[in-house]
Design a binder for this molecule. Structure first.
Ligand code: DAH
Length: 340
């Protein structure tokens, strides 16, 4: 039986020395230490030995088994390290096997629309700017002429954090941050996330996205605002749409306007999406208020400008016919995959 064990040991050593590829290693494993392997089989012969020899011989078999398993492990590591450096022709490929499809990821519909809007404004000469999502009351309100206690502050319902910090409720504070750093001409668009403590339903989310725009220079008038926003809306929604500029109030612009487009679903005839009046409100805009210029030390008798802000999710929902905003944030790939 001793001889038999030696023979197995020799065979094993010869076999393992010849191994070049992982699959060969696998069959050696099965041949020697698998459930029906040669070494495992020797254990079964133990009862044939005289009782007093069993223990010592059993230990020998055990040691052989452990050593063999370790050598297989070492070989496996060695092969794995070699894989990266050896030449492709050393491998046996089965070219008939189906490939493994890589899931490359998808662009979220909100990112698609932000990308389209930014591209469009960049063509018109705007630069992309960004600002922090954690803001101060000063940038989110005061510098934008929204004083404490002013009822208009309610319209920008806000998540407050500690120490006068807050989650910005609109992208307008970036107007202030940019004008503090840069004197006119200023021509920026600002995509980003904003937060408001609204109860979530089919059209409200506590987090959504806006794109802010600001253009300041000498001699800028409401006509420039109308021209730029008309070009923008027609490029985004198609040449056929009509525009409507309705007077409105925003503390940081004067005069201010809300801009509607003719309903892209019914063409203006009236349907469920436009509330049967033929128009869809898409953005707020206006001429930069002198108080805002004052806050950033820009002389409003020399410079003027216009600003606008639009909600992205609404545009996404209109463009793709999505009737529930929650779909955009549930991270369900079956939904997200459909757009890019
Ligand atoms: N910040 C406004 C909001 O969140 C949108 C807005 C309106 C931005 C008029 C502007 C503007 O820049 O001029 O409702």
């Amino acid at each position: 039986m001793e001889d038999k064990l030696k023979q197995i040991k020799n065979d094993f050593e010869q076999d393992i020395a010849r191994v070049k590829f992982q699959p060969e290693l696998e069959s050696i494993k099965i041949k020697f230490i698998g459930r029906k392997g040669l070494i495992t089989q020797v254990f079964k012969l133990l009862p044939q030995l005289p009782v007093e020899q069993r223990r010592a011989f059993g230990q020998k078999v055990n040691i052989l088994k452990i050593n063999s398993a370790r050598q297989i492990d070492d070989k496996e590591k060695e092969l794995r390290n070699k894989t990266s450096s050896s030449r492709p022709q050393d491998y046996k490929f089965d070219l008939s096997l189906p490939g493994i499809k890589k899931d490359l990821g998808y662009i979220h519909p909100v990112s698609i629309v932000i990308g389209q809007i930014c591209e469009l404004f960049v063509e018109l000469g705007f630069k992309i700017a960004e600002g922090p999502e954690i803001e101060t009351e000063y940038y989110n309100f005061e510098a934008l002429n929204i004083p404490l206690e002013h009822p208009s502050r309610d319209a920008f319902d806000t998540f407050y954090l500690k120490d006068k910090f807050l989650l910005r409720s609109h992208t307008s504070p970036v107007q202030i941050r940019v004008m503090e750093e840069q004197k006119p001409p200023v021509q920026i668009i600002v995509p980003g996330k904003v937060y408001r403590p609204d109860a979530t339903d089919a059209s409200h989310s506590y987090m959504f996205h806006q794109v802010e725009g600001l253009l300041v220079d000498k001699g800028i008038t409401f006509a420039h605002l109308k021209g730029v926003l008309t070009v923008f809306a027609k490029k985004l929604f198609g040449d056929k749409i009509k525009m409507r500029f309705r007077p409105h109030f925003f503390p940081f612009t004067e005069p201010s306007t809300e801009v509607d487009i003719s309903c892209i679903i019914c063409g203006g005839k009236g349907c469920r999406v436009c509330g049967h009046n033929g128009w869809l409100e898409i953005l707020g805009a206006g001429m930069v208020h002198p108080k805002v210029f004052e806050a950033v030390n820009i002389n409003s008798s020399v410079y003027s400008g216009f600003a606008f802000g639009l909600g992205i999710e609404r545009v996404v929902m209109l463009k793709y016919g999505i009737d529930d905003i929650r779909l955009l944030f549930e991270n369900d790939l079956r939904f997200i995959k459909q757009f890019s």
